[in-house]
Design a protein around this ligand. Structure first.
Ligand code: CDT
Length: 302
């Protein structure tokens, strides 16, 4: 057996006025609880340091950039890394990342994986950016990820915590390709932070199904690739917009083995034996024997 004790570190709403330091204090409180419960790693949501700012249309680039991190760790986040190192616990953290590469400013919706020594061992930049790029005043609230971020390059995996770890962010979890690309690299645990409004303005007929779809995609992604999936929400009514909770840990069987029951700051805990992945990777989803890529060309050709 290869056990990894995992905490899904769900957050309740983050107000626009809340400071990074206040949010980091909440993250640290959850980290202490996770450590007290014997966890090796805690997974936090997408854009976990601020309110979900793509719900607003901002004209002023400086106002937008105020939601971004220019360094990681930075002055307000360093305390989280220090606590992780002190306790000997790893974490996944989502945040808005601003970098300057060859004189060009780039903005990504990013997550990092930090090991028990406080070192960043992997970085992922969100590939599937949902929503729209132009202001659409008819919506009750905006979803301007296509305006504020550029898409990342792809899905890698990393050897960490005694297994093969992968990351995705929010809308990525709805796409089977996300899991399969990591599945082909032998992933054993996919960590996913999310911010999902209950109401989707272009398709209000889906609203009643939002929690069902959340679990549907993560359970199928887990089963079809023989991997654990840890999905973690920023939940509750944030700046007037209701977000689903439903943070959960899914086994390679596709079964939910732990889940949050509130829409506030809360942990869901599971003792995950990564060796359980083998039963699926070696039988039904033995890709080497059963996969038929010659029949799948259309997936990447158009
Ligand atoms: N953050 C994020 O990706 N949210 C989307 C909302 C629906 S698309 C407007 C999601 O897929 O959950």
């Amino acid at each position: 057996a290869r056990f990894v004790n995992v905490a899904a570190g769900q957050l309740g709403p983050i107000a626009r006025a809340e400071t990074r330091t206040e949010v980091v204090a909440r993250l640290m409180a959850l980290m202490r609880q996770a450590h007290a419960n014997g966890c090796d790693i805690i997974v936090y949501p997408e854009l976990a340091l601020t309110t979900f700012f793509p719900r607003w249309h901002f004209e002023d680039q400086a106002e937008i950039d105020a939601f971004f991190e220019r360094e990681m760790p930075g002055p307000e986040t360093r305390a989280l890394f220090d606590l992780a190192r002190q306790l000997g616990i790893g974490f996944y953290l989502g945040y808005a990342e601003l970098t300057v590469e060859a004189g060009v400013t780039r903005r990504h919706n990013t997550s990092i994986l930090v090991d028990k020594s406080g070192a960043i061992v992997a970085k992922y930049r969100k590939v599937h950016l949902p929503g729209h790029a132009e202001h659409e005043p008819w919506r009750k609230f905006q979803h301007l990820e296509k305006r504020y971020f550029e898409p990342g390059a792809g899905f890698g995996v990393v050897d960490a915590f005694g297994g093969v770890m992968g990351m995705a962010i929010c809308n990525d979890r709805r796409w089977s390709e996300t899991y399969r690309v990591m599945g082909l690299q032998g992933v054993e645990m996919v960590m996913i932070g999310y911010n999902t409004p209950v109401h989707n303005p272009p398709a209000p007929e889906h609203d009643d199904l939002s929690l069902f779809h959340n679990h549907l995609v993560m359970q199928s992604g887990a089963y079809q690739n023989g991997t654990f999936v840890v999905g973690v929400a920023k939940a509750g009514i944030e700046e007037g917009v209701d977000h689903i909770g439903g943070s959960c840990i899914v086994a390679p069987s596709g079964e939910i083995i732990a889940r949050c029951t509130t829409k506030g700051d809360e942990l869901a805990l599971a003792r995950c034996d990564l060796d359980l992945c083998n039963s699926y990777k070696r039988t039904t989803f033995n890709f080497d024997i059963h996969r038929q890529p010659r029949a799948y060309g259309m997936i990447v050709e158009r």
